[in-house]
Design a protein around this ligand. Structure first.
Ligand code: NAP
Ligand code: MG
Length: 402
């Protein structure tokens, strides 16, 4: 059987530990037999990042800008213990942080849903995708402990030396104070990434802040979203039959819980941090959560939301089979292949991405799954398999679907 052709390379970023093992197995069992894979390979495994002084991560990010689509395996973000374990030259930064700083994107997290594994919230029938702004607010704050009575003021000095000064609080005892910021540029690119992604998945976009209380800060977010929507995206949204909808964060929470799902929820940095953990937990398993970084220019980078599953890797090194679930990593590949197919007009490749996802979901719905799903599943005929047998089962199903 002829393999499916690709035209433009996909930027492939290999990673670490158990996910690196699965990465190779997914390619061998689920991709290479069917697709004439065209990839530009970057090894983001920690040893190679160290060897190249992390240049490989920067090169990979630039390759995504060049080709438009990348797929990334989970990678270790080194801490002191990893520096020791891998004898690193230095404590390299998080690859995701480095790539995001270059692409300037927004991360969208979407759960993969299967029959038999129901979300904790019983009304949710479709995925809820969370878009988290990844710059500023309390993550880049300045804060201090106020040791006793005194005055705290907010002072802004313009480039020409003019000063504006506002009272924060006259302390008559001990307390705390914090300053934080965001920029129009960052909020605008967040907005554009959200509008673009909503159009690409044809789902409504919700955005929420606390602008009734924060009448300048949060209100600026609301205004920028509205202005960009009206000027650049309203027409395209109408054509696609989708909506942009702004509401207060507390109203959004109430609506989300009562909803059926099937939309994108854009959140400020802190809200997105908290809400994405809530939504992920309510949908079931971290191993079923995918993640895509979308730049304001429309470059896409797909990955699983989970890490390198270290505990399973040490088990694997002892020669034991592991219960690692590869669904989110498989969907990173299918997402990237589908995006590549759309950009290059390759209908066979798009159809393959669909078949790969159907075969994966179908395998679980037939009752074959790894341990953490087995513990959640309500399927009557469920059977627990190890990581490699799960991939084999998907591969058999995929071959039958051709
Ligand atoms: P993790 O790799 O996500 O794993 C945490 C635990 O969650 C695992 O021990 C496992 O639980 C469960 N789990 C996660 N993914 C699973 C899967 N696919 N199948 C089955 N169970 C799964 O998080 P971590 O242990 O905190 O981090 C490990 C390394 O990953 C760290 O070095 C960190 O820097 C890196 N990391 C990378 C990324 C990324 O590249 N995007 C994201 C997060 C973390 P049980 O042990 O109970 O089975
Ligand atoms: Mg968090």
């Amino acid at each position: 059987m002829a393999k499916i052709e690709m035209r433009t390379p996909l930027v492939e970023m290999d990673g670490d530990e158990m996910t690196r093992i699965l990465w190779a197995a997914i390619k061998e069992k689920l991709l290479l037999p069917f697709v004439d894979l065209k990839c530009e390979y970057y090894d983001l495994g920690l040893p190679h990042r160290d060897e190249t002084d992390d240049q490989v991560t920067v090169d990979a990010a630039h390759a995504i800008q060049k080709y438009g689509v990348g797929v990334k395996c989970a990678t270790i973000t080194p801490n002191a213990q990893r520096v020791e374990e891998y004898k690193l030259k230095q404590m390299w930064k998080s690859p995701n942080g480095t790539i995001r700083a270059i692409l300037d994107g927004t991360v969208f997290r979407a759960p993969v849903m299967v029959r038999g594994i129901s979300p904790v919230v019983s009304t949710w029938k479709k995925p809820i995708i969370i878009a988290r702004h990844a710059y500023g607010d309390i993550y880049k704050n300045t804060e201090c402990y106020v040791d006793g009575p005194g005055r705290a003021e907010l002072v802004v000095t313009s480039a020409s030396g003019e000063e504006t000064r506002q009272l924060i609080h006259d302390f008559d005892g001990k307390g705390i104070v914090m300053g934080m910021h965001n920029t129009d540029a960052s909020i605008s690119s967040f907005a554009r990434s959200c509008f673009r992604y909503a159009l690409s998945v044809k789902q409504d976009l919700w955005f929420s802040t606390k602008d009734t209380i924060s009448k300048t800060y949060d209100h600026r977010f609301k205004d920028i979203f509205r202005e960009i929507f009206e000027a650049e995206y309203r027409e395209a949204f109408e054509k696609a039959g989708i909506e942009y909808f702004y509401t207060l964060i507390d109203d959004a929470v109430a609506r989300v819980i009562r909803s059926e799902g099937g939309f994108i929820w854009a959140c400020k940095n802190y809200d997105g941090d908290v809400m994405s953990d809530m939504v992920a937990t309510a949908f079931g398993s971290l191993a079923m959560m995918t993640s895509v970084l979308v730049s304001p220019e429309g470059h896409y980078e797909y990955e699983a939301a989970h890490g390198t599953v270290t505990r399973h890797y040490y088990q694997h090194l002892k020669g034991e089979p592991t219960a690692t679930n590869s669904v989110a990593t498989i969907f990173a590949w299918s997402g990237a292949l589908r995006r590549r197919a759309e950009m290059d007009g390759l209908s066979d490749l798009a159809a393959f991405a669909d078949r790969l996802e159907s075969a994966t979901i179908g395998t679980i719905e037939d009752g074959i799954m790894t341990k953490e799903l087995y513990n959640l599943s309500a399927a009557g005929n469920k059977r627990m398999v190890n990581a490699m047998d799960f991939l084999e089962a998907i591969a058999e199903r995929l071959a039958r679907s051709v």
